[in-house]
Design a protein around this ligand. Structure first.
Ligand code: HEM
Length: 282
């Protein structure tokens, strides 16, 4: 039997959550699609641009960071807060949800369970991922992503095999959760009600899931196969060029530091971080 109801919680009727269960569930469901799901799609596609080379990825990161001081506000308003809301509500749903083992088809039960299991893996993974790479994680020993050296800093952070495997697990769980959620969101909002429509929606979920999974895992593989030294060189040139455009440094000093980078690389193979230690700040 296909799943036909969205109300899976057993909250006390007189509690705040119980009284506003319908509205909160709708907001939770919507947040999973927009903005959190939309962000996930953009994020994985942006990351997969590393497959076209470090410069391609750096150009996209620069575009995002051109928002400057607005970026943290946008991140909190459109990503972190909606994600926290969805996650908190998700935990309430998991904690109070009736298992309903008898009411679903075998596949329905498997998907119901996987949706919850993938939610918990996604929560742990996203928390760790933000701590490890986002500048907010710096006080906890993370914050390893340098927006001026996008591909090379990500490559260094993701290189250890154990980290790569954890990322692969987190990406698969998050992508499964979102793409299976696309199917169940249509149930929540009454978009597909007939078995035939649900079957078509299944295909939508599968296509989105496979596409996003390929983008996410492709990005992971792309980051790992980056030549860190070459990427740093390209990123440094792009950084200098940007500074030039913004009038931050004179043409002469940009020329000199780019030259110094090439000379130091030829003579020692060392990395070139002089003058670009403004890690994680724009
Ligand atoms: C990138 C992060 C996430 C995205 C894009 C996302 C997206 C979605 C979507 C689209 C749905 C379907 C909503 C519906 O059926 O109406 C959903 C369901 C769900 N989400 Fe998330 N989610 C994310 C993270 C999380 C996290 C961290 C949790 C925390 C535990 C969570 C818990 C749940 C639960 C429990 C459901 C199933 C609700 C039900 O079937 O009754 N999600 N999610």
């Amino acid at each position: 039997m296909m799943r036909s109801t969205v109300s899976t919680t057993s909250l006390p009727d007189d509690s705040f959550l119980g009284r506003h269960q319908f509205l909160l569930y709708r907001l939770f469901s919507l947040a999973g699609l927009i903005p959190v799901g939309a962000f996930l799609v953009v994020h994985l596609l942006t990351n997969s641009s590393v497959l076209a080379g470090a410069a391609s990825f750096q150009a996209r990161v620069d575009l995002i960071h051109s928002l400057g001081p607005l970026l943290p506000a946008i991140e909190w308003l459109f990503i972190f807060l909606p994600m926290l809301f969805h996650a908190v509500m998700g935990f309430v749903i998991i904690a109070t949800g009736v298992p309903n083992v008898g009411s679903y088809s075998y596949m329905g039960n498997v998907r119901y369970t996987l949706q919850r299991a993938s939610a918990m893996i996604a929560f742990v993974f996203i928390f760790w991922h933000i701590t490890q790479l986002h500048w907010m994680g710096a006080p906890l020993g993370g914050g390893q992503f340098d927006p001026h050296h996008a591909a090379s800093s990500a490559a260094v952070a993701l290189k250890p095999v154990a980290i790569t495997l954890l990322y692969a697990t987190g990406i698969i769980a998050t992508v499964y959760h979102f793409s299976n959620g696309l199917w169940s969101i249509g149930i929540t909002w009454g978009l597909w009600t007939s078995p035939a429509a649900m079957q078509r929606a299944n295909w939508l979920s599968i296509i989105v899931g496979v596409g996003l999974g390929a983008a996410g895992l492709g990005a992971l593989g792309g980051m790992r196969s980056i030549d860190v030294e070459k990427a740093k060189e390209v990123e440094t040139r792009m950084y200098k060029a940007r500074q030039l455009l913004e009038g931050g440094i004179s043409a002469e000093s940009a020329q000199q530091s780019t030259h110094a980078v090439s000379v130091s690389r030829v003579s020692s193979g060392a990395t070139d971080e002089q003058g670009i230690s403004s890690k994680n700040k724009e």
